[in-house]
Design a binder for this molecule. Structure first.
Ligand SMILES: *Cc1c(COP(=O)(O)O)cnc(C)c1O
Length: 637
């Protein structure tokens, strides 16, 4: 690929800014995937997709999972803390736990726990269902099972089941009433988990989840409640079970300063509790370690102004400084980073299926007849004489004429044909005006809007609500890149719409180093052509938060591993939801629907409006349709 084209691709999609070394643009204009940054092995994403669609009968939307990336992110996290601890002479040990709410899928959990002994990785759960799954997993002996969230008696009973199977369970107390329950069980059964206290910090995070910290936070104990807990434990001679101090100031912290402030405060609480004679050994700092979705390395909401190593250094240095000053031992440090560990490992592949027209393209040049209304001839005049000098003024004039065209149409003064002619002329003027504005260094704001209106709107085979819900819910940005043809010039601009019947099912904000942009550079697309786009970094939160809006189901899924020789292997294929699955999700019974349909047909046969054979054939077709996919189906795309 030529340098110049590579630069254009880099400017348009910024792959090397956000990919953390896992994805890059290859010499053939396709996206390559590596199991780790700097790893010599790479595989071609387009080749994988082609094979999957050709030989494995899957289709878009397609969720690709690279389990090796999960393991590598865990290693990066563990190494970063190890390095920081060594550098600062820190006495404690790092215990990573994976928060299940970020991605509770079995394959994800199993992949992390495979490496459990090496990194002492454990799990964090915030609900009974998560805990139920966690209880039966195999973890390294010293690794932790942390129970967060609001707990009822059943939650605590589940935690005690885990204790009795030999797990190191820490029940983190959010409310005093939870501690009373734990103590009650302890006295009845003699089984006691380790106990943690979640502190409500005065410090706040930054970014979208800043409200998770601070005085008004939903979670955590106030200072006086913490002291009440300590007294209550003492009164029941259970103070030795108090092992952990927990805090979490929110996800995707964009500003490293906030981390330091929060850790300083939490470390001080730890130190003061130790000075009061508490046996707390672990400081759990929660999650919050960000992912640089737009690659800008800034405090903007989809980015962060630090790296993993800097985060770890600041955490460890700050804890050590406070502990040394207070003269207490360094704690073991528990981290609950989930976003950082999972975001990179999953890619959603979609394909363009159609174009939604804003205006007619490729229409023959408009001919003016003598009896055309004046507004048409004036538009034609503007269209023929627009130049780089007058385009702003002509564009404004054209807008006025278009308004008057529609007013006259509504009054019945203009025919449908004339209205069509006027609209074609208007959009042609817009396209020419936009073209002229692009020659200017600082075009007026209104031409940015025009660019968005004139951009192609491509219908892509996926549901935003299923595959990238945060793009809709909180306007988070995800990198979106064509996974092939990157050696060809990108001549078009586009926004993307999904296949749901929801006008919010669209993507019209894209990553950019400065701010964000409203259109995506894209290649010329022709109907019937295969054109694949990757929505990257969707491995954290998106799968579990995704919904079945419009009864579009789970996409097909494929797991890919890269072997030592650099070849890829499809290790697992999971077929996406069928129509039958989705109707039963909405509580229909497939058999009953088929019976009911049959009854409608029988009535028609009875009335002599359908033959028995035709009715049988229709009934069979209806039965068969239940096995269809929920998304647009067409082989090869
Ligand atoms: C959500 C959550 C996490 C995960 O946070 P990330 O920012 O995804 O790392 C960790 N701990 C608790 C208590 C949480 O609620």
């Amino acid at each position: 690929m030529q340098d110049e084209q590579l630069q254009r691709v880099q400017a348009a999609y910024g792959v090397e800014n956000w990919s953390a070394g896992y994805f890059e643009v290859g010499p053939e204009g396709t996206i390559l995937v590596r199991p780790a940054r700097g790893d010599s092995r790479s595989v071609d994403l387009k080749k994988i997709i082609d094979e999957l669609i050709r030989d494995r009968k899957v289709q878009t939307p397609l969720l690709l999972r690279f389990p090796q990336i999960l393991t590598n992110q865990l290693r990066i996290l563990a190494h970063s803390y190890q390095r920081a601890m060594t550098e600062y002479g820190f006495q404690g040990t790092h215990f990573p736990v994976f928060p299940m709410k970020v991605n509770p899928r079995r394959e994800v959990i199993e992949e992390f726990l495979r490496d459990s002994a090496r990194c002492r990785v454990g799990l964090e759960c915030g609900s009974k269902a998560e805990l139920y799954a966690a209880v039966a997993q195999t973890q390294a002996e010293e690794s932790l099972l942390i129970c967060n969230g609001f707990k009822d008696a059943e939650f605590i009973e589940l935690a005690l089941l885990a204790v009795q199977s030999g797990k190191r369970v820490v029940v983190v107390v959010e409310k005093l009433s939870e501690l009373r329950l734990i103590i009650q069980y302890a006295e009845q059964t003699g089984v006691v988990p380790w106990i943690g206290l979640r502190a409500k910090l005065y410090s706040r995070g930054s970014g979208k989840w800043a409200a998770s910290g601070g005085d008004a936070a939903k979670f955590g104990l106030t200072t006086s409640e913490i002291l009440d807990c300590v007294r209550l434990l003492k009164a029941h001679r259970l103070e030795g079970q108090l092992k952990l101090l927990h805090s979490h100031i929110g996800s995707q912290i964009t500003d490293i300063k906030r981390v330091k402030n929060a850790i300083k405060e939490a470390a001080r609480v730890y130190a003061k509790l130790r000075l009061m004679g508490s046996t707390i050994e672990y400081m759990d700092i929660g999650g919050g370690l960000g992912v640089d979705y737009d690659g800008s390395k800034t405090r903007s909401e989809s980015s962060m102004n630090y790296g993993v190593q800097e985060f770890a250094n600041d955490v460890i240095y700050t804890i050590k400084a406070v502990c040394d000053e207070e003269g207490v031992p360094h704690p073991n440090v528990v981290t609950e980073s989930g976003r950082m560990m999972t975001a990179y490992h999953a890619v959603c592949i979609t394909s363009i299926r159609d174009e939604i027209e804003t205006f007619a393209e490729d229409v023959p040049e408009v001919q003016i007849d003598a009896d055309d209304p004046q507004v048409i001839s004036e538009l034609k005049e503007l269209c023929d004489h627009i130049t780089g000098k007058n385009y702003v003024e002509y564009y404004h004039d054209a807008q006025e004429h278009k308004d008057s065209l529609h007013t006259q149409f509504n009054l019945g003064l203009i025919s449908l044909e004339d209205r069509a002619k006027g609209e074609v002329l208007f959009w042609e003027i817009c396209a020419r005006a936009l073209h002229h504005s692009e020659d200017e260094r600082f075009p007026a704001e209104e031409f940015a809007d025009l660019k968005k209106i004139l951009a192609a709107k491509y219908l892509c085979n996926f549901s935003l609500f299923r595959s990238a819900p945060d793009s809709w819910a909180i306007r988070q940005l995800f990198p979106i890149v064509p996974i092939h043809r990157l050696n060809e010039p990108m001549t078009d601009y586009a926004t993307l719409v999904d296949v749901t019947c929801d006008s919010d099912g669209k993507i019209d904000h894209f990553i950019d180093l400065r701010d964000d942009k409203e259109t995506l550079e894209i290649h010329k697309w022709e109907p019937g052509q295969a054109y694949f786009l990757g929505i990257f970094l969707v491995g954290a939160y998106q799968e579990v938060m995704g919904s079945f809006h419009n009864l579009f189901g789970l996409p097909d899924e494929a797991h890919i591993a890269i072997d030592d020789a650099g070849r890829y292997h499809v290790t697992k294929i999971i077929a996406g939801s069928r129509i039958a699955d989705m109707v039963s999700f909405a509580r229909y019974d497939k058999g009953q629907l088929q019976d009911l349909y049959r009854q409608h047909l029988d009535a028609r046969v009875e009335a002599g409006r359908l033959t028995r054979e035709a009715a049988d054939a229709l009934a069979e077709e209806y039965v068969k349709a239940a096995q269809g996919v929920t998304y647009l189906s067409r082989t090869g795309l």
